[in-house]
Design a protein around this ligand. Structure first.
Ligand SMILES: O=C(O)c1ccc[n+]([C@@H]2O[C@H](COP(=O)([O-])O)[C@@H](O)[C@H]2O)c1
Ligand SMILES: Cc1cc2nc[nH]c2cc1C
Length: 372
């Protein structure tokens, strides 16, 4: 199958969540031993999980994060607080042996603390990466082109990274993941993420461009100008979301999009971590609106454009810890909320089952009805 047929196939497999299972879950939530609504946001999460897993008693088990790494030609414009050499060095860090286990980065430590699997994908790092048995190679090119001046990626490269992301999602799901977290690492990637967000949301670049790794005021102003120039090229049209991604995106963003589409096609829950992940999700819902049913927002991240992304996606963040790291860290932190929400629906007893007074009266069967 060629790559564009592969994408068309994936898009047509992304179908809406199961409304009947959601309705049954809502009814069950109303009978569980707690005041109505007392589990707050966990209740809506549990109902949405019922829709994803197509049962009023969902039982998601494995959690996996895939860290896709890529470099960006636009780094040459001086839009990051860190040099591009940090990207391959961090890929090394994701894979390093440490006394605690594999990987010395935040995502490794957080994933270990919660029992989540970590996969590492070279989506297009600029430097040659040394071989490592756990490194999944998918680079179509060593870093994107400079999006200020030209299209960052070709359509073929974009399709190839979407397919690579889909493939690693199948691998993770095959190994037991029911909750998939796309994560990323790539110096300068908040610039493409901001450019994509400005374009897709129709917002002024200044409204969706933040400090990323922590750029100062003058670098932030320059970053906004770089994004304005990129948009002024008019290299793509909103009616062609794949073209927009190729024009303004990044290889790891395309890979995360592929992961999301594949996980949704296989009816798994997807946690969307931060601002860079959010930009992949915006392309995803433009291509396949039903993708939204499978997305769960982790926390609100510190990038100023994140709120606008989540509003567009109609997703509610689960916490606000001021995270601005990336790597899928917030997504991994959010996973226990999903597992716990599903457990309430699956394992809590109803008022009737537990013999607790105060539940709503079950509807009278017609043969017992006073008028019957
Ligand atoms: O996704 C986010 O919310 C996020 C917010 C701020 C920074 N990051 C990470 O920081 C890097 C991009 O920042 P920058 O300043 O180089 O564009 C990249 O490696 C991302 O993983 C990620
Ligand atoms: C050290 C470092 C680690 C990161 N992880 C994700 N983005 C990052 C950016 C930097 C600079």
């Amino acid at each position: 199958m060629n790559l564009s047929d592969h994408l068309a196939d994936l898009l047509s497999s992304v179908t809406p969540a199961d409304q009947l299972a959601m309705q049954a879950a809502r009814e069950r939530q109303a009978q569980l031993t707690k005041p109505p609504g007392a589990l707050g946001q966990l209740e809506e999460i549990s109902v949405r999980l019922a829709g994803v897993f197509r049962t009023p008693k969902p039982h998601p088990r494995g959690v996996a994060v895939v860290v896709a790494a890529g470099d960006h030609g636009v780094a040459a414009e001086g839009v990051s607080a860190f040099p591009q050499t940090v990207t391959p060095a961090m890929v090394g860090n994701f894979l390093l042996s440490t006394p605690a286990g594999a990987g010395g980065a935040a995502v490794n430590a957080i994933a270990r603390s919660l029992g989540a699997q970590v996969y590492v994908l070279d989506a297009g790092v600029a430097a040659e990466l040394p071989d490592h048995p756990q490194l999944i190679r998918a680079a179509a090119r060593r870093g994107t082109r400079n999006l200020r001046l030209e299209s960052a990626m070709t359509r073929e490269e974009t399709l190839s990274l979407i397919a690579a992301g889909a493939s690693v999602a199948r691998q993770a799901i095959g190994a037991g993941a029911d909750v998939l977290i796309p994560g990323e690492m790539g110096i300068a990637n908040t610039t493409p993420a901001s450019a994509l967000s400005a374009k897709l949301l129709g917002l002024n670049p200044a409204a969706v461009t933040g400090r990323g790794t922590g750029v100062d005021d003058s670098t932030l102003a320059h970053k906004v100008e770089v994004i304005r120039d990129a948009l002024a090229r008019r290299g793509s049209q909103l009616s062609d979301p794949l073209g927009v991604l190729a024009d303004l995106g990044g290889y790891e963003i395309a890979a995360m999009l592929g992961m999301m589409l594949q996980a949704a096609a296989l009816k798994r829950a997807i946690i969307v971590d931060g601002f860079v992940e959010g930009s992949a999700a915006l392309i995803g819902v433009a291509l396949a609106p039903a993708l939204r049913d499978y997305l769960f927002a982790a926390g609100l991240c510190a990038e100023i454009g994140h709120r606008a992304q989540l509003d567009h996606l109609k997703l509610t963040p689960m916490f606000d810890l001021g995270l601005r790291l990336g790597e899928g860290t917030g997504g991994v932190l959010a996973a226990p909320f999903l597992l716990a929400a599903a457990a309430t629906l699956r394992e809590m007893l109803t008022f009737e089952e537990a013999g607790v007074p105060g539940g709503s009266e079950p509807a009278l069967a017609p043969e017992h009805s006073l008028q019957g």
